[in-house]
Design a protein around this ligand. Structure first.
Ligand code: ITT
Length: 199
């Protein structure tokens, strides 16, 4: 069976990809299967740029088609921060959440959006990038145990619970990652036969 490598070592993202790819005829590997992968410096200024760097480095290192996402949370009252720096905003998920909540203390405009850019790389070249977003707001305290990262404080528009209170399946129906992924899958199905080839 054909396989594709996800350029991530984030087990939570990987779990989401597995669910999103469950009806596809493709085996999914990740950088967790390549423990000697040297890593990528995520020094781009946009999600698309960093996603492209990760997908390309993965494709070249593993010598198979690859994709990667770069994602983050943009908070309106903070001028879009932490944005592309979401992972580096603080050291751990808990610290990132408490730092964000303290920056938003006494701030009434809590609107925010999650953004995800996915890049696909084949034969040593990035062939396309796709973006997905979901709008919502930042809660006043962390709620829920599911998901990862900023999920406990992000309340998607139309809901009164956080991403971390939704099941994985529910998050995957509406998330920034699922939306970018749907565009990528449509492209792959329409434009390429990547998923039908044996590598
Ligand atoms: P890889 O680069 O290995 O894929 P990463 O965790 O470093 O894994 P990013 O560089 O894309 O991923 O950083 C994304 C940051 O944004 C990270 O701090 C996450 O916690 C946060 N983030 C992205 N998507 C998220 C989601 O669906 N739910 C909660 N937080 C998310």
């Amino acid at each position: 069976m054909a396989y594709i490598v996800a350029g991530t070592a984030n087990a939570h993202k990987l779990e989401e990809y597995r669910e999103l790819l469950k009806d596809q005829k493709v085996e999914l590997k990740s950088l967790l299967d390549y423990p000697h992968f040297p890593g990528v410096e995520e020094n781009g200024t946009t999600f698309r740029e960093n996603a492209a760097k990760k997908a390309l480095a993965t494709c070249k290192y593993c010598d198979v088609p690859a994709f990667a996402d770069d994602s983050g949370l943009e908070v309106a009252a903070l001028g879009g921060r932490p944005g592309v720096y979401s992972a580096r905003y603080a050291a751990t998920d808990a610290e990132r959440i408490s730092k964000l909540l303290s920056e938003l203390e006494n701030v009434s405009d809590r609107s925010a959006r999650f953004v995800c850019a996915i890049a696909i790389a084949v034969n040593g070249e990035v062939i396309e990038t796709f973006e997905g977003e979901i709008k919502g707001r930042i809660g006043f305290e962390p709620k829920g145990e599911n998901g990862f990262g900023y999920d406990p404080i992000f309340i998607p528009d139309g809901y009164d619970c956080s991403f971390a209170e939704l099941s994985g399946e529910e998050k995957n129906r509406i998330s920034h990652r699922a939306r970018a992924f749907a565009k990528a899958l449509e492209f792959v199905e329409d434009e390429m036969s990547v998923l039908d080839q044996d590598f």
